[in-house]
Ligand binder design. Structure first.
Ligand code: LYS
Length: 869
C-alpha cells in the first residue's frame, strides 16, 4: 500500500452512475513464470443515464505496469492520460471509442491473493470486491456490466488447462510449446465475476439435466491425486441444482459449470460466472479426512455459490454498499437448502449460535454497521457476519412475514424486474412488498440501523379472566437505531401438562396454538385469551427475529420449557438460558436442576440425538461474555468450568451409558442418524474425560481404531483439551499419519492452539516453524491464530497480556503479506471495550503499535483505528 495520504472513506450517499460503460471487454493473458502480460481492448461508450458532458474517465488500477496504450488505434500524447497509484486517468474521450492497453503484472509475487496470483503451480484469480484492478485498468465497479471475450496463452506442459468464464470457443497450439484457449461468456457481467485458472489438474466430470431438458456439463477440478476426495462436492452441486429448481423455480443458464479447488484462498469460495473458485476446505472430503461437520460445510458452500448464479450474478449489486442484497439473500437460500437436505430444527439452532456468539458481538462493538453499510475504507472488511448472517436473518424475517408462497412470488417479481441489472436492497424489498399485501416500509429500518434490538417481555396471568398479558418493549443502544423496528414475534404456549396450549387473540376468536405478532412500537401490549393457568409462553419460536430478548421467566419456567416446549429452538434456548443464569448468578443450587434436566433429556429415547447433542452443550465463553461482560472474563471462565465439572461428575454414569450404547466404530454412514449418534456420543466422551482421567483409555481406543475423521479428531481434541496423559503421543501419531494432507493438518494446528494451558505459546511458536505451516496460506493462519484468539478464550485474554501480544505481532507481520487476512485477524480485538480496564490498556497498547507500522495497509488501518476510537 502506498500510504502517502490518509486512506479515503467512501460513502453510500455519494453514489453516482458511471459516466462511461464498457460494451465489450477483450482480454488476452500471456502467462509466464517471470511476468504476465495482460492486453485489454475495451469498447467504451457514454452512459445515457449519467453526465453526458464528462471530459475524462478514471480507470481503476493497482500494482500495474503500463506497457502501452492506444486510443482508437492511435498513440496518446502525454497530456491525454495520467498514471497514478490508484489508476489511469484518461482526458481524451468520445461518445464511443476503443482503448487498448498492455499491462505487466507479477502474479507469482502476489501474496494478497487478490487479482491474478499463483496457488501452488497454478494461476488463479479472485476479483471480488475490488481485485480486478490488480489485473488491468478498468471501471472496477459492480454496476458496469460488459460482455467478456478472453484469450489465455501459456506453456502447454505446465498449464494444459486454461479456463475462464462461459464457453470455450477456440483453442490451438503455438510456437515454443505454448498453446491458447479462447472463452466467451454470453452473459453480461461486472468484472468482479471474472475468473481465470491455468494449471494441470485432475478432473471429475458429471452432468445435470435441467427441468427444461438441457444438459449441463459439470466439471470439478482438483489437485492431482485428490479425486478420491471429490465425489461429495459433485453430489452436493447436483443436489443444489435440483433443489433450486424445485424450491425457487430457478434453472441454470450455461451449458458448462466448472469448480476449481485451490489451497491458497482468502475466503470460502467465489461465484465467478460458470467458473467458481473454491478454497479446498469446501471441496475436498472423504470420510477418512473430513468430519461430519466438514461435509455439511461443503454442501452449504457449494450450494451458496451455485445459488449466487441467480442471486448475485443474474441480478447483481449496484454498488458494494448493497452487498447484503446478494450475500444475505444467498446465505438465506443456502440455510434453507441445508434445512431441507438435513434437519430444519437443528440447522436453525446452529445458525442462531453464529448470530449470538459472533454477530451480536460485532453489532455491539466499534465495527458495528447496518447490513447495508453507509461507509467503508476497504470493502473487503465488510464481508462480515452482519452483512452475511444478519442479512440472512432479515431475509428470513421477510419470509416469515410473507409466508413461503408470497415470498416466492416476490422472488419471481424481483427477477422479472431486474434480470440482467445491478440493483439495490430497496429494489428487493419493493418486489417483496409489491408481491404481497404486507407493508414493509417500517421493516426497512433493518437495512439502515445497526445494533441488536433488545426486547424485554413481561408476562402476567389474570386468573379470573383466563387471560395472559404480554408487555413487550424494544430498545436499541446503537446511535443509528432511532426508529423502532418491525419485529416478527412467533409465539405459542406450553400448557401445564407439557402439551401445547391453545389460546385466542380476541375474546371471540377461534383458538390457535401458535401465532405471529408484528411488534412495531417501542412498547406494546399483547393479550391472549382462553388461557389455562400455569401455561408458559414460548417466545421467538424459531428465533423469529435477530434480537436479544429477556422474559420474566422463573427458573422453573425455563426448566419447564426445556423439558416440554414443542418448538425445538425455544426448547434448546430455555436450556441455554438456564445454564447462563446458573453461570452468571453464581447460584450453585441451580446446577443440580440443570443436571436433573440433562439426565432426563439424555435418557429420553424418543428425542433426536442431534437435538440432544446441542441441548447438552454449555454456552460458549464468547456468547456468555457478549451478554455478561460486566461479570468479568475470569469469573465467567471459572464459573463455566465448575458447571462443566459438575455436569461431568454428577452424570458420569449416564455419560458412560450413553457412550457405550452408541459407540459403533463400524458405522461409517454419513446419514443424519449416524451423524447425530456420533455427535452426542462424542459429547458424552468429552464429559466423561472431564469427569475423570480414568476414561482416557476409551479415548485412546477410539482414536486408534477410528476409521472416520469425526471419530479420530473428536478423540484427539478431547485428549488435548482435557490435557490427559496420552495427548502428546496421540498428537504425534496423528501428525505422522496425516502430515501430507494440508486440510487435516489445519485441524491438528487448531486443536493445539486452542488448548487452555500456559505453554500454548511455546506450542504455537513451535507450530509456526513446522513445515506444514505457512503465514502465506490463509487456512493455516486461521487454524493457528484465529482459532487461538477466537476459541482459546482463557489464554487469549490472559491477565499478563501475552495472548494479545501474540495476535498483535502476527497482525503486524501478516500486514505486508496479506492485508485482508491481517485485517480479519485484527478484528479479534474488537470486543476490547467490554474488557476490564487493565486488559483494555493492554489491547490499546498493542493496537497502537500496529497503527504506527510504516506502510500499514488500509485494511488493517480501518479496523485498528475504529477499534481504538
Ligand atoms: N462472494 C463470495 C461469497 O460467496 C465472497 C467474496 C469475498 C470477497 N472479499 O461469499
Amino acid at each position: 500500500m502506498k500510504n502517502s495520504s490518509a486512506p479515503i472513506t467512501k460513502y453510500r450517499k455519494d453514489y453516482q452512475p458511471s459516466n462511461f460503460l464498457i460494451s465489450e471487454t477483450h482480454l488476452t493473458f500471456i502467462l509466464n513464470e517471470q511476468e504476465t502480460l495482460v492486453k485489454s481492448r475495451l469498447l467504451l461508450r457514454r452512459n445515457p443515464k449519467a453526465d453526458l458532458e464528462a471530459k475524462s474517465i478514471q480507470f481503476d488500477g493497482e500494482n500495474l505496469t503500463l506497457q502501452s496504450i492506444l486510443w482508437n488505434g492511435e498513440a496518446l500524447s502525454a497530456d491525454e492520460y495520467k498514471v497514478t497509484d490508484e489508476g489511469l486517468e484518461l482526458t481524451k474521450v468520445a461518445d464511443e471509442f476503443e482503448l487498448v492497453t498492455v499491462c505487466k503484472i507479477l502474479p507469482q509475487d502476489n501474496s494478497s491473493l487478490e487479482g491474478l496470483y499463483k496457488s501452488g503451480d497454478k494461476f488463479c484469480t479472485q476479483c471480488e470486491a475490488e481485485g480486478f484492478r490488480k489485473i488491468t485498468y478498468y471501471l472496477d465497479r459492480p454496476d458496469v456490466l460488459s460482455r467478456f471475450y478472453v484469450r489465455i496463452e501459456a506453456d502447454k506442459s505446465r498449464y494444459p488447462l486454461l479456463l475462464s468464464n462461459g464457453n470455450p470457443v477456440a483453442s490451438g497450439d503455438m510456437d515454443d510449446n505454448r498453446h491458447f484457449v479462447e472463452w466467451q461468456d454470453p452473459f453480461l457481467k461486472p468484472c468482479y465475476l471474472f475468473a481465470l485458472v491455468a494449471g494441470d489438474l485432475d478432473l471429475l466430470e458429471d452432468q445435470f439435466i435441467t427441468k427444461s431438458g438441457r444438459t449441463v456439463k459439470l466439471q470439478l477440478y482438483v489437485d492431482k491425486g485428490k479425486l478420491d476426495q471429490s465425489d461429495f462436492a459433485m453430489q452436493s452441486l447436483i443436489n443444489a441444482m435440483k433443489w433450486d429448481e424445485q424450491r425457487f423455480n430457478l434453472e441454470y443458464d450455461l451449458d458448462l459449470y466448472m469448480i476449481v479447488a485451490v489451497s491458497d484462498f482468502n475466503m470460502g469460495a467465489m461465484e465467478n460466472k460458470g467458473l467458481n473458485i473454491f478454497n479446498t476446505k469446501y471441496v475436498l472430503a472423504n470420510p477418512q479426512t473430513a468430519t461430519d461437520q466438514d461435509f455439511e460445510g461443503i454442501e452449504s458452500v457449494i450450494g451458496h455459490e451455485y445459488f449466487h448464479n441467480w442471486t448475485g450474478n443474474r441480478v447483481t449489486c449496484r454498488d458494494w454498499f448493497q452487498l447484503s442484497l446478494k450475500e444475505g439473500l444467498t446465505v438465506f437460500r443456502d440455510q434453507v437448502f441445508t434445512e431441507d437436505m438435513r434437519s430444519k430444527a437443528v440447522k436453525r439452532i446452529d445458525d442462531v449460535k453464529v448470530i449470538r456468539s459472533h454477530q451480536f458481538a460485532e453489532d455491539a462493538g466499534p465495527l458495528a454497521h447496518p447490513i447495508r453499510p453507509d461507509e467503508y475504507i476497504e470493502m473487503n472488511n465488510f464481508y462480515t457476519v452482519t452483512v452475511y448472517n444478519k442479512g440472512a436473518e432479515i431475509i428470513r424475517m421477510i419470509h416469515t412475514l410473507l409466508g413461503e408462497q408470497a415470498f416466492q412470488r416476490g422472488m419471481a417479481l424481483y427477477f422479472e424486474r431486474h434480470d440482467g441489472q445491478a440493483v439495490t436492497c430497496d429494489d428487493f424489498v419493493s418486489a417483496m412488498a409489491d408481491a404481497s399485501d404486507i407493508d414493509l416500509s417500517q421493516f426497512k429500518h433493518w437495512y439502515s440501523q445497526a445494533g441488536t434490538p433488545q426486547v424485554s417481555i413481561n408476562y402476567q396471568y389474570h386468573k379470573d379472566e383466563g387471560r395472559m398479558t404480554l408487555i413487550v418493549k424494544q430498545s436499541n443502544q446503537h446511535p443509528s437505531s432511532k426508529q423502532p423496528f418491525l419485529i416478527p414475534l412467533k409465539l405459542g404456549l406450553v400448557g401445564r401438562s407439557g402439551k401445547p396450549q391453545s389460546f385466542s387473540l380476541e375474546k371471540q376468536d377461534n383458538k390457535v396454538t401458535e401465532t405471529l405478532i408484528h411488534i412495531t412500537d417501542s412498547s406494546q401490549v399483547i393479550e391472549l385469551y382462553k388461557v389455562d393457568e400455569s401455561s408458559v409462553p414460548s417466545l421467538f419460536r424459531d428465533f423469529s427475529a435477530p434480537v436479544k430478548f429477556d422474559v420474566n421467566y422463573t427458573h422453573d419456567d425455563l426448566a419447564f420449557l426445556f423439558a416440554y416446549d414443542e418448538n425445538t429452538f425455544t426448547r434448546w434456548d430455555a436450556g441455554q438460558q438456564l445454564m447462563e443464569q446458573c453461570i452468571v448468578s453464581g447460584n450453585d443450587a441451580l446446577m443440580s436442576n440443570i443436571a436433573e434436566a440433562f439426565k432426563q433429556i439424555l435418557n429420553d429415547s424418543t428425542l433426536d440425538n442431534a437435538f440432544k447433542a446441542r441441548a447438552l452443550v454449555i454456552p460458549d465463553l464468547k456468547t456468555l461474555f457478549e451478554s455478561h461482560s460486566s461479570k468479568g472474563v475470569d469469573f465467567l471462565i471459572e464459573r463455566r468450568r465448575s458447571l462443566k465439572d459438575f455436569l461431568a461428575k454428577s452424570l458420569e454414569q449416564d455419560w458412560l451409558k450413553q457412550y457405550q450404547s452408541l459407540h459403533q466404530l463400524s458405522d461409517k454412514s454419513l446419514d443424519q442418524d449416524s451423524i447425530a449418534r456420533r455427535s452426542i456420543k462424542n459429547l458424552a466422551l468429552s464429559y466423561l474425560v472431564c469427569a475423570s482421567d480414568e476414561h482416557a483409555e476409551l479415548l485412546k481406543q477410539q482414536f486408534s481404531q477410528a476409521q472416520l475423521m469425526t471419530e479420530e479428531i473428536s478423540a484427539l481434541s478431547i485428549a488435548a483439551h482435557e490435557q490427559v496423559r496420552p495427548a502428546q503421543s496421540m498428537l504425534d501419531d496423528f501428525y505422522k499419519k496425516w502430515h501430507q494432507e494440508p486440510l487435516v493438518m489445519d485441524k491438528w494446528l487448531s486443536v493445539q492452539s486452542t488448548i487452555d494451558s500456559d505453554n500454548v505459546f511455546e506450542v504455537i511458536e513451535r507450530l509456526k516453524q513446522d513445515p506444514v505451516f505457512s503465514l502465506k496460506n490463509p487456512n493455516k493462519v486461521r487454524s493457528l491464530y484465529s482459532a487461538f484468539a477466537g476459541l482459546n478464550f482463557a489464554q487469549f485474554h490472559r491477565k499478563d497480556g501475552k495472548g494479545y501480544r501474540l495476535i498483535a505481532d502476527t497482525v503486524f507481520e501478516l500486514d505486508s503479506i496479506n492485508a485482508q487476512i491481517a485485517a480479519n485477524l485484527s478484528k479479534q480485538f474488537s470486543g476490547a471495550a467490554k474488557l476490564d480496564k487493565q486488559r483494555q490498556k493492554q489491547v490499546a497498547a498493542e493496537l497502537k503499535k500496529i497503527k504506527n507500522k510504516p506502510n500499514l495497509s488500509k485494511d488493517v488501518f480501518e479496523v485498528v483505528s475504529k477499534t481504538l476510537e
